[in-house]
Design a protein around this ligand. Structure first.
Ligand code: CTP
Length: 403
């Protein structure tokens, strides 16, 4: 897959730099050409000789080095590369890149590069959760930079947490996939996404609804479509506009019953479904044909509500190899209830969002989720923009689609 591809490997000064040596081996063994550009701090951790021996090319680390092939090595190098992989990426180089600073060989090369850039951050967990680093990475993501990891676990500084550079094998896999799919990792996949609330008619002018904005489902549809999937977006009535994208096919529905009808029709042709809609659990037994008049004597109005069909549960019963994911919106005992729903509805994974978390759930632009897999593994995420949450969910979906 990588035969003949040209990879620029950028290395900044972190202890994870030792993993980059293995990364060079993997790229080279797969037939790619590798040229390394690094900071002088990186050379405190690994040697120039190791890098040159493994890559078979001179290392570029000094803008004015007398051994450079060209006086403008940062431009000739970046013209040469098909992709740029920055691993490890320290907080410093991430900050420089997002701020447009070019004061050494690596940062100058990064600014001169205009093709696909991958970044594998590696740093102490407190640095990783620093607001500056977060802001910078958010900005870079929006520019189309592919952020790989970091993983969680034991860190060289003695802390345990998020910040370990992703393993070389995983970085290699992601970069290889980029070449095999043209960056469209979900191309050829049909995915059903539900979003928004449902409205259950009481009479021609009134309904029972809920406060779902549809933002989470829309963010998911956008993310999956940008990865090349053909997305069937079944959305209830929302005031937020549905995303417009050539890969998104929008089906507007009103009630839980309409949503069920569309999902049953679409699910058999799909490879996966993610049900983010807040479907009404009850619907009036009968919608009045005419507007219900107020009782002048003040008598209460009684409505009989009947349970709706659990759409996700139905799909769980009828799935034939599709990856099926749902959401669990829980007021309390989140994990326990989500695990129950995962099993009862025969899901592959479930996204738990707790109503207790500030800034999470309906109406917000942010969400805080945990993803629980059918192997009982749980991945907990911090409060993030819904678009970033969508990327985390899409990453999980991709893993399940490959199983
Ligand atoms: N769901 C569905 N059809 C329904 C109700 C829910 O497809 N009639 C889906 C939702 O889209 C979500 C998942 O089921 O993916 C869980 O929804 P949630 O409201 O959290 O749970 P319920 O199963 O409705 O249970 P409860 O309201 O008692 O928590």
């Amino acid at each position: 897959m990588l035969s003949g591809k040209k990879i620029i490997l950028g290395i900044s000064g972190g202890i994870a730099a030792y993993k980059s040596l293995l990364l060079i081996r993997l790229f080279k063994k797969a037939g790619a050409g590798v040229r390394v550009v690094c900071t002088s701090n990186a050379l405190e951790f690994i040697t120039r000789v190791s890098l040159e021996s493994l890559s078979g090319n001179k290392v570029y680390h000094q803008v004015f080095g007398s051994g450079n092939d060209y006086t403008t090595e940062h431009v000739s190098l970046t013209d040469w590369g098909d992709v740029f992989v920055l691993a490890p990426a320290t907080a410093n180089i991430i900050g420089k890149l997002s701020g447009g600073i070019a004061d050494d060989a690596l940062s100058t090369s990064l600014l001169a590069f205009d093709k696909q850039l991958f970044i594998a951050p590696a740093m102490n967990c407190k640095m990783w959760s620093h607001y500056s680093v977060k802001k910078n990475l958010e900005y870079l993501k929006k520019q189309g930079v592919y952020i790989i990891g970091p993983a969680g676990g034991y860190l060289a500084c003695g802390y345990e947490g998020q910040g370990r550079m992703e393993e070389a094998g995983e970085i290699f896999r992601i970069v290889s996939e980029h070449f095999s799919t043209g960056g469209q990792s979900l191309s050829g996949k049909q995915i059903l996404v539900t979003a928004g609330p449902t409205h259950e008619a009481i009479d021609p002018v009134r309904y029972l609804g809920n406060r779902s904005s549809g933002k989470m489902g829309f963010a998911l549809a956008r993310e999956l479509a940008s990865r090349g999937a053909s997305v069937h977006l079944v959305a209830g009535p929302t005031s937020v506009e549905a995303p417009a994208h050539q890969n998104i096919h929008l089906v507007r529905v009103v009630s839980a019953r309409d949503m069920l009808g569309s999902c049953i029709q679409l699910f058999p042709v799909c490879d996966a479904a993610i049900m983010a809609a807040a479907v009404a659990d009850y619907t009036p037994s009968k919608a009045a044909d005419q507007k219900i008049k107020k009782d002048r004597e003040g008598a209460p109005l009684e409505l009989t509500l009947l349970p709706t069909t659990d759409i996700l549960g139905e799909m769980g019963k009828n799935k034939k190899g599709q990856v099926l994911a749902g959401f669990a919106l829980e007021p309390a005992n989140g994990e326990e209830n989500a695990r129950k729903k995962l099993a009862e509805k025969n899901l592959d994974f479930i996204v738990l969002n707790s109503l207790e978390d500030k800034g999470a759930g309906f109406l917000h632009n942010t969400n805080k989720v945990a993803i629980i897999g059918n192997n009982q593994e749980i991945l907990r995420y911090e409060l993030k923009d819904k678009q970033e949450v969508a990327a985390d969910i899409a990453d999980t979906l991709e893993k399940y689609l490959k199983r």
